[in-house]
Design a protein around this ligand. Structure first.
Ligand code: CA
Length: 243
């Protein structure tokens, strides 16, 4: 999947690119409308994320030019807070969805996934051992028991489950789940992991969330252990062969 990000604020463009690349997408960034249209002509994108306020032309003009081509990819527009007219006009001109700035990355990613999934069957469901996460209905179950998570807890868990078996640093987790204006300590991840553990792991023998020393955290199904050795002295060996 290849995405085009059209955003003139470099900080935001970098943030989006990093996050989307982290989610497994190839991403090109255009810092103005002219470059965006050049890229758009030259490459087949699966999705375009388009800021409305651009230095050289209005994002809606860019959208109009993109929509001149017949079957274009879905377009998600980014608009400033409260600019309702832009959003309405954007949707009228063929944008598929919009997001108001500032937004949390997890929200953007959910919209991106929803747009990319359109027309594709089968809802996405993630599983690690007996823990399941339904990305569409945003429901989590462990051993068929529903678990209620706050949005950020859900975001962290979804990110970890998409990357099961892969250690994730606190920074990676923060960049995926907090919005770009969050510049606090990555220690906040530890707090949320504690909440997640209390909801997901504490009541169960098999722990799924693991601390990876020097890195951060990882979710993984436990490896099946062979039965424990008996504590009593072993019985006298017999001549019978083992079954
Ligand atoms: Ca802008």
């Amino acid at each position: 999947m290849r995405l085009l990000v059209v955003e003139d604020e470099k900080r935001i463009a970098d943030f989006l690119c990093r996050g989307l690349q982290g989610a497994g997408y190839a991403v090109d960034a255009a810092l103005n409308g002219g470059t965006a249209l050049e890229f758009f002509q030259a490459t087949d994108y699966d999705l375009v994320i388009l800021d409305i306020m651009l230095p050289d032309m209005d994002g809606l003009q860019v959208l109009e030019k993109m929509r001149d081509r017949k079957a274009g990819p879905p377009v998600l527009i980014l608009s400033a807070r409260g600019a309702l007219d832009d959003r309405v006009r954007g949707l009228e001109q063929g944008a598929d969805d919009y997001l108001v700035k500032p937004f949390a990355f997890v929200e953007l990613l959910a919209r991106v996934r929803a747009l990319l999934r359109r027309g594709q069957p089968a809802p996405e469901r993630l599983q690690v051992a007996d823990l399941t996460l339904d990305c569409i209905r945003r429901k989590v179950n462990r051993a068929a028991e529903p678990i209620d998570l706050a949005p950020k807890e859900f975001g962290i868990l979804e990110y970890m489950m998409r990357n099961k078996g892969r250690p994730l640093s606190r920074t990676m987790i923060v960049e995926h789940v907090w919005d770009m204006d969050y510049d606090g300590l990555t220690n906040i991840v530890d707090v949320y992991i504690r909440h997640l553990r209390s909801k997901i792991d504490d009541r169960f023998t098999q722990k799924l969330i693991h601390t990876v020393r020097g890195i951060g955290y990882m979710i993984e199904a436990p490896v099946e252990k062979p039965p424990e050795a008996p504590t009593e002295p072993p019985a006298e060996p017999t001549a019978e062969p083992q079954a």
